[in-house]
Design a protein around this ligand. Structure first.
Ligand code: UD2
Ligand code: MN
Length: 533
């Protein structure tokens, strides 16, 4: 089972929600380009590395299922060999852009666990072939305890390629941190181990990061078919999003932003990144706390990083003039020592608990099975958040991802009790504290309240203060969750008015229901919501 992520942009047979555009500019998924780029000087590029021997040492045996080991068609991948020409899928205006001559260099970090040799080699070679050599300080392979040591070791014979190996399975998160700690260049570039980078993929990303080191940038991720390895152009109108179960998805950029885009080469702000392919300033990566290294194997780290970048002073963007192909799969080809579902829950719970504040309740409602599952200690990450003085998740919701709808909370009716009395809204006398009544087994609706943060509502009317000062009378008015006078929040036994910082009080000189300076445990400020039928 594959939980949480498949952005799954691969066109499903019969499906229609993919991200590929097979017919953009008359392009259809052909493998070859009509005008292949001039050949690179092979000898120099590969040094003493014997490509043929590397690839032929592992061949699919006749009769073997080509999908079994890697969840993609290994036979097709092997057939392509160590490199191939791919179509330049960028908008034509990208080719006319120019970049600084003195861009800083990068360490390309590729972690892998039992990757197929042909896909791994194409990833490495495409980087060396399609990047200005001066920008590639090194390609750092992190072998996450693959069964064959030589998959990685042999590649280290290629100039600029280094290989680090974990002595036990760590997962991609700790592996990337290990890579970052060993990187010698000032800029980090992360790639999955089954990618092919496209023409001029690197310059736009390094340029944006050079101009502002707090930007974290990613390319448009093109699709390499897991069946026939066709290189397919992805739509340029997508950004990263998610639902409350912390399931990543590609989504259309909001229509207003789309209309405002006069220039298709401009960056696209994105609430989250897919996770595998991005460029980030190394000092900024370290300053922001790298990754949460208590996350295991796979999953969730992209949300954690995305929330952290936005909430702690950075930004995330997709650069349409940078294109990298990636083999999207439908299942994980590797095992999860703790199980796939538990690992995804552990990782996303950590992200939710550290970063999502009161909004984490929506994560738990969307993923009830997460409750009660172990997720380890988050003390260090919470203190990181404090140290970095990061903004609340509410800020992220309002400024970065206002399109993410907050679910209508299941309205649970309660009486609001104080002492033995109940808060009632009488048509004649207004709000009063009076004897709790029942009609048969149920309560009269005038004593039933729904606490749907931030509102305290009765049908379509809500509790509101009149002014923001102590002594302000409380009245009922038409509900509007954006109206500051209607925003309440339970705090201990009190009902706090969020904007004025005052508390609901039943005994003030102003009358039976007003707001006053909060005094914890003052009898007239103690409210006890009790669920009723
Ligand atoms: C996507 C990301 C991936 C990661 C993941 C969420 C893209 C293109 N890919 O999943 O980078 O952010 O979402 O966690 O955005 N690996 C290890 N050790 C392991 C497991 C995986 O090194 O224990 C490697 C693996 O070989 C690959 C990379 O980590 O190079 C990502 O794994 P994946 O390709 O299975 O993830 P993917 O593309 O489904
Ligand atoms: Mn991948």
């Amino acid at each position: 089972m594959k939980t949480g992520y498949p952005p799954d942009p691969t066109p499903h047979p019969g499906g229609s929600c993919g991200r590929t555009e097979t017919a953009v500019n008359g392009f259809n998924s052909s493998l070859e380009v009509s005008q292949p780029p001039p050949p690179e000087p092979q000898g120099q590029l590969l040094g003493g590395f014997d490509e043929k021997a590397y690839l032929s040492a592992k061949q699919l045996k006749a009769g073997d299922d080509p999908y079994r080991e890697h969840a993609f068609n290994l036979q097709e991948s092997d057939r392509l060999g160590g490199e191939r020409a791919i179509r330049d899928t960028r908008h034509y205006r990208c080719a006319a852009l120019s970049y600084d001559a003195d861009l800083p260099s990068t360490t390309v970090i590729i972690t892998f666990h039992n990757e197929a040799r042909s896909t791994l080699l194409r990833t490495v070679k495409s980087v060396l072939m399609r990047s200005p050599p001066s920008l590639i300080q090194e390609v750092l392979l992190i072998d996450d305890f693959s069964s064959d040591l030589e998959d990685c070791q042999l590649l280290a014979q290629i100039p600029k390629v280094r290989c680090l190996r974990n002595s036990r399975r760590e997962g991609l998160i700790r592996s990337r941190v290990k890579g970052a700690n060993s990187a010698s260049a000032p800029i980090l570039t992360f790639l999955d181990s089954h990618c092919e980078v496209n023409t001029d993929w690197l310059q736009p990303m390094i340029q944006r990061v050079k101009e502002d080191h707090t930007r974290v940038v990613s390319p448009i991720i093109d699709v390499i078919s897991l069946d026939n390895f066709a290189y397919l152009a992805a739509s340029a109108d997508l950004r990263g999003g998610f639902d409350w179960s912390l399931h990543f998805k590609w989504e259309q950029i909001p229509i207003e932003q789309k209309m405002a885009r006069s220039d298709p080469t401009l960056p696209i702000r994105t609430p989250v990144i897919a996770g595998g392919i991005f460029v980030m300033d190394k000092s900024w990566f370290n300053h922001l706390g790298q990754y949460d290294t208590h996350m295991d194997i796979w999953g969730g780290e992209n949300f954690e990083l995305s929330f952290r970048v936005w909430m702690c002073g950075g930004s995330l963007e997709i650069l349409p003039c940078s294109r990298v192909g990636h083999v999207f799969r439908k299942r994980h080809p590797y095992d999860f020592p703790e199980g796939n579902a538990l690992t995804y829950i552990k990782n996303t719970r950590r992200a939710a608990e550290v970063w999502m504040d009161e909004y984490k309740q929506f994560y738990y409602s969307a993923r009830p099975s997460a409750q009660g599952k172990a997720f380890g200690s988050i003390t260090e990450r919470l203190s990181l958040r404090r140290k970095l003085n990061c903004k609340p998740f509410r800020w992220y919701m309002e400024n970065v991802y206002p399109e993410l709808r907050v679910p209508e909370q299941a309205a649970v009716a309660s009486v609001l009790k104080q002492g033995g009395l109940c808060l009632e809204n009488r048509r004649t006398d207004g709000l009063i504290l009076t004897e709790c009544r029942s009609i048969g087994v149920s309560r009269p609706s005038s004593q039933k309240w729904e606490l749907v943060e931030p509102l305290i509502r009765q049908q379509d009317l809500c509790l509101a203060i009149s002014t923001f000062s102590a002594g302000s009378k409380v009245k009922m008015e038409l509900c509007n969750a954006k109206e500051p006078r209607q925003k309440w929040k339970p705090k201990g036994t009190a009902l706090l008015h969020m904007v004025s910082g005052l508390c609901l009080d039943s005994q003030t000189p102003a009358g039976p229901l007003a707001v006053a300076q909060c005094r914890p445990l003052l009898a007239s400020q103690v409210w006890e919501p009790q669920v009723v039928t």
